[in-house]
Every structure is written in C-alpha cells, then in structure tokens.
Design a protein around this ligand. Structure first.
Ligand code: GLV
Length: 330
C-alpha cells in the first residue's frame, strides 16, 4: 500500500506526477493557504508532507499528527518548522540547500545594484509621465564598482555574492559565526573577516544572508543602522525578522542611509505598509531563488528527500539526524 502525503501548496505538475508514482498524494493545486488548524486536519493520517515556508509546522501540528514521519521543506530556510519539536517527535526534517545558491546570489547582487543606482524609483517616475528633461543630477546614486561590499552571513550564498563582486573591482569584508578557511576567503574575492560593527561602519553596501534564528531577531535595528554610512545601502535576502523593519523605515525616512533593497519582511506577506511611502527602497516579494530552473530543482530536491525518507533511507538533506529511528518507518 502506498504511503500518504500532503503537498501543502501548488507545485510543478511534473513534480506532482513524480510523487504520485510513489505515494497516495493529496495535492493543493488551488493553492489554498492553510491555517495551523487546517494543516493539522489535512495532515491527519498522512505519513509525510511536502511543505513550503508558508506552512508553520508547530509543536501543536506535530502533536496532532502522530503518523507523520517526514517534513520535507521546499526551501533552504526552515524557520517555519519547529526543529527540536520535530526531532523529539521522531519526525525527519529536510530542506533544499545548494541548488539555489547561484540564483539567490544573482538576485542579491541585482537588489544591491537596483538600490544603489535607484533603478525602480526612476522607473516609477518615468512611468508616471514625469520625464520632460535631462538633468545633471537625475537620480544620482552610489557606485557599486570599486566600493566595499559587506556580507553578513558568509555561507555558500554569501560566498557566491562575493565571487560576483570580482567583476566590479569591489573589496569584500564579511562577518560570520566563524571565520572561513583561507582558501575559501581567497575564492570569495579575498574576503576579509571583520567584526559586525566594523563591517557596518565600513561597507558601502551591506548584504544580509544569515539564516534566521531567534538569537538573530532584529540583528539589524536602529543602533546598527546608525553605524552605517549615510551613503550606504542595506540589502536583505535572508529572512524577515533579521531586520527591525520599523527601525529601518524610520532610518530611510530620515535618509540616515541611502536606501534598502528588501526581498524579505517581518510578518510577510502582510509586511509593514510604511515601506510603501518611501522612494528609497526596492521591494520584492521573496523571489530571490525564483528562476524556473532553480525552483524546479528545489521542488525535485524536496521530492527526493520525501521519497528517501518514506522509503526508510536517509534523505540527502536531513536536518535532524537525531530524530532517525525514534519513529519506526514502516
Ligand atoms: C527561501 O527563502 C528559502 O529559504 O529557500
């Protein structure tokens, strides 16, 4: 008898077909958003779930679904899942690392450039029919080439952003939980390890790529923004909550920094509407990994993990090896 899974959001039909060869699948191609209670109901009697960052896999959901053996998230981040509760419940949890590194780095670089060179702000002005003459100071921005790039969170995506900066003759400084191996620093445009405060004071463009954890909540708030240069840009492709959005809005309003490029927000998609009042911010709806090839690779990676997990094999991207064996996979 086939095992039962829930695919919690709409996904590529070809991935759904692949999953259907292995499992009895309850799909959600209408793309409903489930509340925690609805999710728990849908997961009753299921062996696994193909989840995304919009489903909160809380202790209550895990407790309500004793049959659940695997939660396979289609994202590299997994702060939507209570990992320790899943481990305690013997539920395998996986993510989709690696496949999105280069695409996400492309987007981080694009957001930095769009923000520094005021691309979306000037386009909106043009679309509003305001362009009637050339001006010597038309939408003057700040240079990307030759500037100092500060990367907070120097994992694989951070390193991929640093490599891109070579073509722009940038100097790279970074801050991370621990210093990288010198060989990796050399590959990442000779990135130099510095303290967070020095990075914020020195960088012309600060890019955040840290995975979210409660310890990093509001890692960038009013005090940290106050350290940045007035000409600096701040780019967040990490997670909402890493930046104190209300403090950032106040700083942008007073032009304490030049601009921000944001792909992630606190409480998204119901983000702080104060951003909409500002012209010095580039706003995108959490799409950094969204190229067709990469999203398909992420979906297939999550499917591979689910197939392995429910087949009793170690899934390739297991996040909680301590959970294995606690629950008998039959
Ligand atoms: C996207 O934010 C992801 O974590 O994959």
């Amino acid at each position: 008898m086939k095992k039962k899974i829930l695919v919690a959001r709409e996904i590529f039909p070809e991935v759904l077909e692949r999953l259907a060869q292995h499992f009895e699948v309850e799909a959600n191609q209408q793309d409903q958003i489930f509340s925690e209670a609805e999710l728990a109901k849908k997961l009753a009697g299921k062996d696994g779930v193909f989840s995304t960052l919009s489903e909160r896999i809380s202790p209550a959901v895990l407790q309500a679904c004793p049959d659940l053996q695997a939660v396979c998230n289609m994202a590299v981040g997994y702060n939507n899942i209570d990992l320790s509760a899943a481990t305690a419940a013997g539920v395998l949890v996986t993510n989709t690392p690696e496949v999105l590194n280069e695409t996400t780095a492309d987007f981080g670089f694009a957001l930095m450039m769009a923000t520094a060179r005021r691309v979306t702000e000037s386009e909106q002005w043009l679309r509003a029919g305001k362009w009637d003459r050339w001006r010597f100071d038309g939408f003057m921005g700040n240079d990307v080439h030759g500037s100092t790039l500060g990367i907070i969170g120097m994992g694989r995506i951070g390193q991929a952003i640093a490599r891109r900066s070579m073509g722009f003759d940038m100097q790279v400084i970074y801050h991370n939980r621990s210093r990288l191996d010198p060989a990796l620093e050399a590959r990442a445009n000779n990135a130099r390890y510095v303290g967070r405060e020095e990075l914020l004071k020195t960088a012309d463009h600060v890019v955040l790529v840290v995975p979210y954890s409660p310890a990093l909540h509001h890692m960038i708030g009013a005090a940290e923004i106050a350290l940045m240069k007035p000409s600096a840009t701040l780019v967040n492709i990490a997670r909402g909550g890493v930046v104190d959005d209300a403090a950032l809005i106040a700083a942008l309003k007073e032009k304490r920094i030049a601009g921000a490029g944001l792909d992630v927000f606190e409480n998204e998609p119901a983000f702080n509407r104060g951003f909409l009042e500002l012209s010095n911010v580039v706003l995108t709806p959490h799409i950094a990994s969204s190229s067709r090839n990469t999203r398909l690779a992420m979906a297939n990676c999550a499917a591979d993990n689910l197939i392995a997990a429910l087949d009793g094999r170690q899934p390739p991207n297991l996040l909680n090896p301590d959970s294995a064996g606690k629950k008998q996979v039959q």
